[in-house]
Design a protein around this ligand. Structure first.
Ligand code: C5P
Length: 401
């Protein structure tokens, strides 16, 4: 049994929220509906109250409710918040952090996991503004379900339909201890400190030029986000990337490998370290002045950068679970096994980064993983970087259970 705070947005699919309430009640869940002004044009508070067998909330200015149950309390009394249907307008308000009515105020005040089930016209769904807002919500740690594809109430065809209420309920992590909590809430990694490095490093050549690599930071950021959602205290040490900080994560921005090394060491102790960053192995001696064309041919001299993962493997404060990544283009498994032993890591998460530009893992949204541990090699199916992150956090949680 779970307690669901159901926020109903003002779209034609709102009638399906009523059906969802019926299914949720049948499954033994408690549902507290909240209707936006728009939603009340499609469904009535009265019918929702009857189906939910619960009071229905509509207005922030309903003083009686503030006395009986303040909006902060209402936002936290549930185990899970579901926005269904989530209109383009409601999604935009969530992404911007607006609190203009009861629904948006509750969404801003909640400390519980939030799932969003969007439903809207196909063009509205595909609009760059909506897609930008969806990406923002996901980066904030909110689960956004993909809409179904098919004929729509407006006569068009495409993605934007609300999935079946039963499918939405099944997608809620109501029974999962590992996916439900938000950072700071009780979860499978509550009380643990998880240290994550992510992104590339930049090694300066002169005041305006750097040696860099194609790492986007997406996989490391997704791992930091999943760890925070599992209740961990997360320190994310990020190289130069333009990604938003996941909700509940403490971020330290660095530029060079040496700075990343120093930030990792001063962030110890940690229970888990996941070293995802693509750290430059070598750094040139940078020129104080911008190098001119006429200065060539260039003769750069490189010194070795510290190996952060190996340094942690030898550290007196070595994290209890030390995880490295290995981006390889050939002999993926063999190289990963060697790396695990050399760097004294517990696990190496190996991935093949070969592939034509544009389809490479580096910068892409998908990853295919081989988890190399003392127990052998576990091959994971190709998945999104968010799914890989969640699976890795589940595996980490198992180590502590
Ligand atoms: O040796 P290689 O760079 O392939 O090893 C990859 C793993 O080692 C990754 O976990 C990466 O974050 C880590 N690493 C590091 N410091 C370096 C080089 C790599 O922590 N200087």
């Amino acid at each position: 049994m779970a307690r669901i705070l159901l926020i109903i947005g003002g779209g034609i699919a709102a009638y399906k929220a009523a059906e969802l309430v019926r299914h949720a009640r049948k499954a033994g869940h408690e549902v507290t509906p909240v209707l936006t002004d728009g939603a009340q044009h499609f469904v009535t508070p009265m019918s929702l109250a009857a189906l939910a067998e619960s009071p229905v909330y509509t207005s922030l200015w309903d003083l009686k409710d503030e006395v009986e149950m303040g909006h902060i309390e209402l936002s936290r009394a549930a185990d899970h918040v579901l926005v269904c249907p989530a209109t383009a307008d409601l999604i935009a308000k969530m992404a911007a952090g607006l609190a203009t009515d009861l629904a948006t105020t509750l969404l801003l005040a909640t400390d519980k996991p939030v799932t969003v089930a969007p439903a809207m016209n196909v063009k509205m769904w595909q609009h760059p503004a909506t897609q930008r807002n969806i990406a923002q919500l996901r980066a904030d740690g909110i689960t956004v379900l993909d809409p179904d594809e098919g004929p729509m109430a407006c006569g068009e065809f495409g993605p934007g339909r609300l999935p079946d209420p039963e499918a939405i309920l099944a997608a809620l992590p109501l029974d999962s201890a590992t996916t439900a909590p938000l950072a700071g809430a009780e979860g499978s990694l509550t009380g643990k400190h998880v240290l994550v490095t992510a992104g590339p490093t930049h090694e300066p050549i002169d005041p305006v030029r750097v040696i860099a690599n194609k790492s986007s930071g997406k996989q490391g950021f997704a791992i930091a986000q999943a760890a925070a959602q599992a209740g961990a205290r997360v320190t994310l040490i990020a190289g130069p990337v333009s990604l938003p900080t996941p909700f509940g994560v403490s971020r330290i921005d660095v530029t060079t490998a040496q700075e990343m090394h120093d930030a990792v060491m001063t962030s110890l102790p940690a229970d888990v370290a996941v070293m995802v960053a693509a750290v430059a192995d070598w750094r040139p001696q940078p020129s104080d002045k911008k190098l001119k064309k006429g200065d060539g041919p260039l003769d750069l001299k490189f010194s070795k950068n510290p190996d952060i993962l190996a340094a942690l493997g030898d550290h007196p404060d070595r994290p209890g679970l030390l995880i490295g990544f290995a981006a390889e283009t050939d002999d993926v498994i063999e190289n990963a096994k060697g790396k695990r032993e050399r760097k004294k890591a517990d696990w190496i998460v190996a991935n093949d980064v070969s592939g034509p530009p544009g389809e490479s893992v580096m910068g892409g949204d998908h990853n295919t993983i081989h988890l190399v541990s003392a127990d052998g090699v576990d091959d994971w199916e190709e998945a999104t970087k968010h799914a890989v992150a969640q699976k890795l956090i589940d595996r980490i949680s198992e180590e502590f259970s």
